[in-house]
Design a protein around this ligand. Structure first.
Ligand SMILES: *[C@@H]1O[C@H](CO)[C@@H](O)[C@H](O)[C@H]1NC(C)=O
Ligand SMILES: *[C@@H]1O[C@H](CO)[C@@H](O)[C@H](O)[C@H]1NC(C)=O
Ligand SMILES: *[C@@H]1O[C@H](CO)[C@@H](O)[C@H](O)[C@H]1NC(C)=O
Ligand SMILES: *[C@@H]1O[C@H](CO)[C@@H](O)[C@H](O)[C@H]1NC(C)=O
Ligand SMILES: *[C@@H]1O[C@H](CO)[C@@H](O)[C@H](O)[C@H]1NC(C)=O
Ligand SMILES: *[C@@H]1O[C@H](CO)[C@@H](O)[C@H](O)[C@H]1NC(C)=O
Ligand SMILES: *[C@@H]1O[C@H](CO)[C@@H](O)[C@H](O)[C@H]1NC(C)=O
Length: 917
C-alpha cells in the first residue's frame, strides 16, 4: 500500500478538492463501472490493451461456504449475518478511513455480535510501524522523523527473499509462526503478508524481495509455510498482491482516478496459471484467510474489480473461502468492485482519502437500498469476513490492538485524520519479541549463499588481519530507523523500503559482529576507497556492497521503487569500491546485501576477489548470522532463489521496466513462461551463477536414488466433486431505517460510517447499467476446481523420488536437494526445458553422516494448463519418459530418474546445454 504518495499529493489538493468535489454518488460509480470493462478512463481515452488480451466477465460472485473444512465457521457466521442489520453488514466490509484507528486498516465493528473493529497491519517481515512513526506516513515535515528506537518491541525478521534462499521449509514455517505470534501479541487480526506477487519476473522490480524467489514452486512453499505458521496463532494471514504487480512504477491510478489508469499487466491464461497464480493457489490450499488484490490492471481491467480474477479464478476455480480485500486505495468503483467479488475495501476512503469520501460505507448502503448491488453479494462478503474471523478462533479471547501505527506516544488522538478526535491510549508498549531473534538469526544464516570461494579462502581465522570497507558493514549513522519505511540506502541493508518493512528493535551490524569475533579489525566506513592505504601481505579485505529497492511511493537514489536508476548494479558505486580493494589487496571477500540479482562482471574474475557472499536481506540479525558463516561456526547452505545473469540484456526486453505511455502503460507478458532460468536455458545463455547455486565448506554425495510410481497416470484429473451448500439468506431489500443515523449518535468527522442521511428517499431505480456480461445465474463449477486451491486430485502424488545425501567432506553441513521436471520429449506442448517442482533441505549432517530425502511429484507438478479445456492435463506418453533431474541447482544436473523405466542414473549429460562461460 502507499499512503505517503497520496498524502503528499493530497496536501495541496485538499482545499481545492473540498471546493470542487461533491460526495460521489452512484452515478459516478456507474461511469467508472462502464469504463472498467469497455476501456477509456474518465476522460475517455487510453491505449487499448494489445490485440487478443481480453478482460472476460465472470458473474455472479460465487458465494463462500462450500468447502468442508470451513463448514463449522460458516455455520456460525450464518447465524450472525442472518441477524445483522444492513449497517452492521456494511460496517465490516469497509475500512474506517486513513488514520482512523490504531492500525493501517481498521474495519467498522458489529459489537452486538462481539465483532470489534478488525485491525489490519503490515507487514510480511514483522509488525510494521509499531510505536514509531508520527503518522505512519512520510509527512513532508521534519518533526515526523523523530523516533525513539528504544521503543521498538517487535522483531525485524529477514525478508522473504532471504527465506527463499534457505530452501528450508522448516524455517519458512518457524518464521511464520513467530511473525504470527507477534501479530497476535499486538492485537492484529489480519496480518498483511506473506507476499508471493510479484514473482520476480523483472529483475529490477521493486518489491521482488518481499517474496521468496523467481520461481512459482519456491514462492509457493515460502508463502504456504509462512501462512501455516502465522495462522497457527489465530492470526488471519493475507497473501498478496493478486496479481501481475511485477513493476512498481505506474502501478496505481493517479488521483483523481481516471486521469491515467494503472499499468495493465497483460497476461495469457496459461502463463497466469503456471507461473503467477500458482503460489496463490497453493496459499489457498494451505487455508489462507485473506487475499489482497494488486493495484494494477490485468488485461485492462483493474484487479480490484476484475471479475474473472476474483469471481472466476480465486473464488470459483481456486475455491477461496476467505475474504478478498483491496490494496490501500486500489478500489476505483463501488458497485463494480462489489459485483466483481471484492469483499473488503481498504482503508475505506478510497474515493478521496482523508476527506471521508468512500466508494463503499454509506455508498454501499445506498447501492443495496436502490437495488444496484444485490443483497446476496453483500451477504456473501460479510459472511466471508465473519466466517474467517471464526475459522481462526478470533471470537475467543483475541486481544484488541495495544499499539498505534500513527504515533509513538502513549496517548494521543484515536483518529488522527479527524478534525476533532477523542483521545486514546495509543501505545501500551507490549514487547512481543520473546526469543524470535533466534529464528531470525537461523533464517539469515541459512540464507547466506556462498557464490565463490577460491582456494578455500573462507572460512577465516579469527586471527586474520581484516580490513573492512563499505558503509554497508555498519549502521546508518542517523539511526537504524531514521528513514521512514527504510527509504534510504544508508548502512547495512537489512530490508528494502516501503510498506513491507518493520522498525528495527536493534540492527546487529556486520562490523560489530566481526569485532566481537576477531581482534585485528580496521573499518573504513566509506564507499570511496581511502587514499594512502598500504596493504600488507596477509591482510584480508572484506568489501560490503548492496543493492536496494522498494515500494513506489518513495524514491531512493533515483530509484522509483524499481531499480530504475542503478539498474542491476550495486548502489553507492559499490563496483568501484570492490575494484579498488582488489587492486590493493591479494585477498578480497565481497559481501553483498541485496534485494535481487546484481551484475558482478566488473570484478568477479579479478584474481584477488577470492570469495563472494550473498547475504540477501538479513533483517535485524545481519551481524551474527554472517560471522557464524565467515568464521566457520556453520557451513553455508543458502542457494540462489534467482539466476545471476552476466548481463541484463541476457533477458528478453519484455521483462525490462516499461516507461511512460499516455493514459495507460501496457506491460505485456509476451515472454510467457520464460522468465529467469526458464528463459536463459531456452536461449542457451549461461548465467554467471545459476538458479540454486550455493557452495558449502563441505561436500556431499547423492547416491541410492530411486523412483516409485504412486498414482497411475491419466491425462486429466478425476472429475471434481460438486460444491457443497452455501448459506442462504433472505434476498429482500432491508428496511431503509437500518442505515439511518442512530439517534443521538455523535459522529467523528471524516470517519466512515454505513449511515445515510435520508435513507427513506432511496428507492430502487432499475436503471443501473451493469457491466457487459453481468449475470445473476451461477456458472457451472469449473472443472479445475473442487476444493481450496483447485481439484484436490491435483495434489495426488504421482511419483516419489528418494536420494541419500552423505556429507563427504570435513565439516558438518546441510544440503539442499532440488528436483527439476523435464517433459517427455514427444510432448506437443512448448514447455521450459526444466522446471523446479520439489526441494528438500537436509538436517545438519555430521561428517560421513547420511540422510535420505524424499521428493514428491504431484499431478499438478506434471500438468500443463490447457486453456481450451480449462483444466490441468498431463502429456502422458507411452514411449517417452518424464525425466526428474535431481541436484542442487539448475547449473550442473547430472542425476535423473525416469518415469517409464523407473531407473535412476548419475553421470548423465545435463538437459541444460549452454556454452560454458
Ligand atoms: C487475458 O487475456 C488473455 C488472452 O486473451 C486470456 O488468455 C486471459 O484469460 C485473460 N485474463 C483475464 C484475467 O481475463
Ligand atoms: C482442510 O482440508 C485440507 C484438505 O482437505 C486439509 O489438508 C486441511 O488440514 C484442512 N484444514 C483444516 C483447518 O481443517
Ligand atoms: C439469530 O440469532 C439467534 C441466536 O442469537 C438464532 O437462534 C437465530 O437462528 C438467528 N437467526 C437466523 C435467521 O439465523
Ligand atoms: C459501525 O462501526 C462503528 C465503528 O467503526 C461503530 O461506531 C458503529 O456503532 C457501528 N455500527 C453498528 C450498527 O454496529
Ligand atoms: C590458489 O592458490 C594457489 C597456490 O597458492 C595459486 O597458485 C592459485 O592462483 C590460487 N587460485 C586462486 C583462484 O586464487
Ligand atoms: C590464533 O592465534 C593464537 C596465538 O597465536 C593461536 O594460539 C590460536 O590457535 C590462533 N587461532 C586460530 C583460530 O587460528
Ligand atoms: C558437476 O557435478 C559433477 C558430479 O557431481 C562434479 O563432479 C563436477 O565437479 C560438477 N561440476 C561443476 C562445474 O560444478
Amino acid at each position: 500500500m502507499s499512503l505517503a504518495s497520496y498524502f503528499l499529493v493530497l496536501l495541496p489538493l485538499v482545499s481545492l478538492s473540498l471546493a470542487l468535489v461533491s460526495r460521489p454518488d452512484l452515478a459516478e460509480n456507474t461511469v467508472r463501472l462502464q469504463n472498467l470493462q469497455g476501456g477509456g478512463g474518465l476522460i475517455g481515452a487510453r491505449d487499448s490493451v494489445p490485440a487478443g488480451y481480453v478482460a472476460a466477465p465472470y458473474y455472479p460472485a460465487p458465494p463462500g461456504g462450500w468447502v468442508s473444512n470451513w463448514t463449522a465457521a460458516y455455520a456460525k457466521a450464518q447465524v450472525v449475518v442472518a441477524n445483522m442489520t444492513l449497517a452492521e453488514k456494511v460496517n465490516l466490509t469497509t475500512g474506517t478511513g486513513e488514520l482512523m484507528g490504531p492500525c493501517v486498516g481498521n474495519t467498522g465493528s458489529a459489537m452486538r455480535f462481539g465483532i470489534p473493529n478488525l485491525c489490519l497491519q503490515d507487514s510480511a517481515l514483522g509488525i510494521a510501524a509499531t510505536e514509531s512513526e508520527s503518522f505512519g506516513v512520510d509527512l513532508p515535515l521534519p518533526i515526523c522523523e523523530l523516533k525513539n528506537d528504544n521503543y521498538i518491541d517487535n522483531t525485524a525478521f529477514p525478508a522473504g527473499i532471504t527465506v527463499g534462499a534457505t530452501f528450508s521449509k522448516v524455517l519458512m514455517y518457524e518464521r511464520g509462526l513467530a511473525l504470527g505470534a507477534e501479530a497476535r501479541g499486538k492485537g492484529v487480526n489480519i496480518q498483511l503478508g506473506p507476499t508471493v506477487g510479484p514473482l520476480g519476473r523483472k529483475p529490477r522490480g521493486g518489491r521482488n524481495w518481499e517474496g521468496f524467489g523467481a520461481d512459482p514452486v519456491l514462492q509457493a512453499w515460502g508463502g504456504a509455510e509462512t501462512i501455516k505458521g502465522m495462522q497457527e496463532n489465530g492470526v488471519i494471514a493475507t497473501v498478496k498482491h493478486f496479481i501481475g504487480n511485477e513493476q512498481e512504477e505506474y502501478r496505481m491510478d493517479i488521483i483523481p482516478h481516471g486521469l491515467m489508469k494503472a499499468i495493465s499487466s497483460n497476461i495469457d491464461d496459461r502463463t497466469l496459471h503456471e507461473l503467477y497464480s500458482w503460489p496463490f493457489a497453493e496459499a489457498i490450499r494451505a487455508g489462507v484467510g485473506a487475499i489482497m488484490i494488486a493495484y494494477n490492471d490485468v488485461n485492462g481491467s483493474a484487479c480490484s474489480q476484475n471479475s474473472m480474477l476474483i469471481n472466476g479464478i480465486l473464488k470459483d476455480e481456486f475455491g477461496f473461502q476467505g475474504l478478498v480485500m483491496s490494496d490501500w486505495l486500489a478500489q476505483i468503483s463501488g458497485v463494480g468492485s462489489a459485483l466483481a467479488g471484492l469483499d473488503m475495501a481498504m482503508p475505506g476512503d478510497g474515493d478521496i482519502p482523508f476527506l471521508g469520501l468512500a466508494y463503499w460505507a454509506y455508498e454501499l448502503s445506498t447501492s443495496i437500498l436502490n437495488g444496484s448491488v444485490p443483497l446476496s453479494r453483500l451477504n456473501d462478503a460479510v459472511t466471508r469476513i465473519v466466517a474467517t474471523w471464526y475459522q481462526f478462533g478470533q471470537d475467543q479471547d483475541y486481544p484488541l490492538p495495544n499499539f498505534s501505527a500513527n504515533t509513538d506516544d502513549p496517548t494521543g488522538p484515536c483518529y488522527p485524520a479527524a478534525l476533532i478526535s477523542p483521545t486514546c491510549v495509543t501505545n501500551e508498549y507490549v514487547n512481543v519479541q520473546v526469543d524470535h531473534n533466534i529464528v531470525a538469526r537461523n533464517v539469515s544464516r541459512e540464507a547466506i549463499t556462498l557464490l565463490k570461494n577460491a582456494n578455500k579462502t573462507l572460512p577465516l581465522s579469527t586471527n586474520a588481519t581484516l580490513k573492512i570497507f563499505g558503509t554497508d558493514a555498519g549502521n546508518n549513522p542517523s539511526g537504524i530507523n531514521a528513514c521512514n519505511q527504510r527509504a534510504c540506502d544508508e548502512g547495512v541493508l537489512g530490508m528494502g523500503w516501503g510498506s513491507g518493512t518493520a522498525n528495527y528493535p536493534y540492527l546487529d551490524a556486520p562490523i560489530d559482529a566481526i569485532r566481537r569475533k576477531a581482534a585485528d579489525v580496521t573499518f573504513y566506513a566509506t564507499d570511496t576507497f581511502p587514499t594512502g592505504i598500504t596493504a600488507v601481505t596477509g591482510d584480508i579485505a572484506m568489501v560490503f556492497i548492496n543493492s536496494d529497492s522498494g515500494e513506489n511511493q518513495e524514491t531512493v537514489d533515483g530509484n522509483l521503487g524499481d531499480r530504475s536508476s542503478t539498474g542491476l548494479y550495486a548502489y553507492n558505486n559499490g563496483d568501484a569500491l570492490v575494484e579498488a580493494a582488489a587492486a590493493k589487496y591479494a585477498t578480497v571477500i565481497v559481501v553483498v546485501h541485496t534485494v535481487g540479482p546484481i551484475i558482478v562482471e566488473n570484478w568477479i574474475d579479478l584474481p584477488s576477489v577470492k570469495a563472494v557472499i550473498f547475504a540477501h536481506l538479513p533483517g535485524q540479525e545481519a551481524g551474527d548470522s554472517l560471522t557464524d558463516i565467515i568464521f566457520g561456526d556453520y557451513s553455508p547452505s543458502g542457494h540462489l532463489p534467482y539466476s545471476i545473469p552476466v548481463a541484463e540484456d541476457d533477458y528478453p526486453s519484455s521483462v525490462s521496466l516499461v516507461g511512460f505511455e499516455l493514459f495507460q502503460v501496457q506491460d505485456t507478458f509476451s515472454e510467457g513462461l520464460y522468465i529467469d532460468y526458464r528463459y536463459l536455458n531456452k536461449n542457451k545463455v549461461a548465467p554467471r551463477f545459476a538458479f540454486g547455486h550455493g557452495l558449502s565448506y563441505t561436500t556431499f554425495s547423492m547416491t541410492s536414488m530411486t523412483i516409485s510410481s504412486v498414482t497411475a497416470l491419466t491425462s486429466t484429473p478425476p472429475a471434481r466433486a460438486p460444491k457443497g451448500a452455501t448459506p442462504v439468506y433472505s434476498s429482500a431489500i432491508p428496511p431503509a431505517s437500518e442505515v439511518a443515523w442512530p439517534t443521538g449518535f455523535s459522529a467523528i468527522s471524516r470517519y466512515l460510517y454505513p449511515y445515510v442521511d435520508d435513507p427513506e428517499s432511496i428507492t430502487a431505480t432499475g436503471t443501473f447499467s451493469y457491466p457487459t456480461g453481468y449475470s445473476t445465474i451461477p456458472k457451472d463449477p469449473p472443472p479445475a476446481g473442487g476444493s481450496q486451491g483447485g481439484n484436490p486430485a491435483l495434489w495426488d502424488v504421482m511419483y516419489s523420488i528418494s536420494v541419500t545425501v552423505t556429507n563427504t567432506g570435513s565439516v558438518p553441513g546441510k544440503e539442499v536437494v532440488m528436483l527439476f521436471l523435464q517433459y517427455p520429449s514427444d510432448s506437443a506442448w512448448d514447455t521450459p526445458i526444466i522446471q523446479l517442482r520439489a526441494f528438500e533441505k537436509t538436517d545438519t549432517l555430521a561428517v560421513d553422516a547420511s540422510e535420505t530425502v524424499t521428493l514428491q511429484v504431484t499431478r499438478k507438478d506434471l500438468s500443463i494448463w490447457d486453456v481450451v479445456s480449462q483444466n490441468w492435463v498431463i502429456p502422458v506418453s507411452d514411449t517417452e519418459p518424464f525425466v526428474f533431474w535431481v541436484g542442487e541447482g539448475t547449473g550442473n544436473l547430472t542425476m535423473a530418474c525416469e518415469s517409464l523405466s523407473k531407473s535412476c542414473n548419475g553421470g548423465r549429460a545435463s538437459p541444460v546445454t549452454v556454452p560454458a562461460r
